[in-house]
Design a protein around this ligand. Structure first.
Ligand code: HEC
Length: 180
């Protein structure tokens, strides 16, 4: 529950940040990726083409832009990485995207980078620390916090006596009214 909350908060801030920085790269990238790439690619799983998680670490962005626009041009020009990939993926031709702008490809990469974050680890980073550092998160313990329990008990007993006293008072009042 908590992790989901933190997750949505985090994505909210990331999205706000992106929106503030001009446009919404992650949202745009997500839309283009879903429409034009997801048939063959997943962020974390190999489909027809490789999983794209970490692709910006494997290649520089200029290479990726050229590859997405026309991977076969790179293959024909004997680009080492492109040829290697083409061979590894059984000579399946990734279709050209000549109309795709550099900004589009950068947006797709922004989306891929966000989508490939290891959220289970992030969870630990954001959740464990406050639990150990912030006293507000400690549950009460009878051993450590016994003064609080004593005060609580005392107040309850005082309140109980007040009630008993009031009930008695009322009864005395009633009795005296009956006596009249
Ligand atoms: C018809 C299937 C297909 C579609 C659609 C497709 N790809 Fe590919 N992609 C491949 C294949 C197959 C490879 C492996 C290289 C090769 O065979 O040329 C690849 C490789 C890549 C690589 C290199 C990955 C690496 O690990 O180095 C990138 C980056 C890439 N694609 C991005 C995209 C993007 C962005 C889109 C959408 C605009 C897209 N692809 C659409 C099939 C596809």
């Amino acid at each position: 529950m908590k992790s989901k909350f933190i997750l949505s908060l985090l994505s909210f801030f990331i999205l706000c940040d992106a929106a503030y920085a001009g446009g919404d790269p992650v949202g745009n990238g997500n839309a283009i990726f879903t429409a034009q790439c997801s048939g063959c690619h997943d962020v974390k799983l190999q489909v027809v083409g490789p999983a794209l998680s970490g692709v910006t670490q494997r290649h520089d962005i200029d290479w990726i832009v050229k590859f997405v626009k026309s991977s076969q041009s790179l293959v024909k020009n004997n680009d080492k990485d492109a040829v290697e990939l083409f061979n590894k993926y059984n000579h399946i031709i990734m279709p050209d995207h000549p109309d795709m702008s550099e900004a589009d490809v950068k947006n797709i990469m922004a989306y891929i980078n966000i989508a490939s974050l290891d959220l289970s680890k992030m969870d630990q980073m954001t959740l464990r620390r406050p639990l150990t550092e912030s006293p507000a998160y400690h549950p009460l313990s009878i051993k450590k916090d016994y003064p609080i329990f004593l005060i609580y008990l005392g107040l309850t007993i005082i309140m109980l006596f007040c009630f008993l006293y009031l009930i008695n008072l009322k009864e005395v009042e009633r009795d005296s009214e009956k006596g009249k």
